[in-house]
Write a protein that binds this ligand. Structure first.
Ligand SMILES: [Zn+2]
Length: 165
């Protein structure tokens, strides 16, 4: 029985940790699939040994319902930081001091308008633009280019090495 409690806690943790993200929903759906399989396997075992699987099912279905219901409840928790504070939906920059911003004014941090940030595609475009527009970070004796700061960008240019001194 401990396993069932631990399993439920694990699913709820994942649902909360990745709430409002595809991963959180996937965790809940996958957990239901696993429990469904356990139920099927148990049914086969019960048939093979000639005992009644209905008692187990009678516990399993409410258990699955409970795991899914609480999982979805935790999944629905808002991601937003403290209430009343406005954040850029693309980079989470705190916009509370920028109340003059309209949905079509670019974010001072990443340049994304909040209209654009509403869609996944817009946020992706913004991230790409941010990676390309980032100015080089100057450290004495070392030059880091924007390309090196965004190594996973597939469109990056070959490394530029600046020799100093
Ligand atoms: Zn931003």
């Amino acid at each position: 029985m401990f396993l069932f409690v631990a399993y439920a806690l694990l699913v709820w943790f994942a649902a909360l940790r990745w709430r409002r993200r595809l991963a959180g929903l996937a965790a809940i759906v996958a957990s239901m699939f696993v429990l469904h399989l356990v139920n099927l396997v148990h049914g086969d075992v019960a048939r093979a040994f000639g005992y009644d699987a209905n008692i187990f099912r009678g516990l399993m279905y409410p258990y699955m319902g409970l795991v899914a219901a609480i999982g979805l409840y935790l999944f629905s928790f808002p991601r937003e930081l403290p209430r009343g504070r406005v954040h850029c939906r693309a980079c989470w920059f705190d916009l509370s001091d920028h109340e003059e911003l309209t949905p079509d004014t670019p974010c001072p941090e990443c340049g994304t308008t909040q209209t654009e940030a509403k869609s996944l595609k817009g946020r992706r475009t913004a991230r790409r633009r941010l990676a390309h527009s980032r100015p080089p970070v100057e450290v004495p004796g070392l030059v880091v280019t924007a390309d090196e700061l965004a190594p996973d960008d597939p469109n990056r240019h070959p490394h530029k090495h600046h020799a100093h001194g």
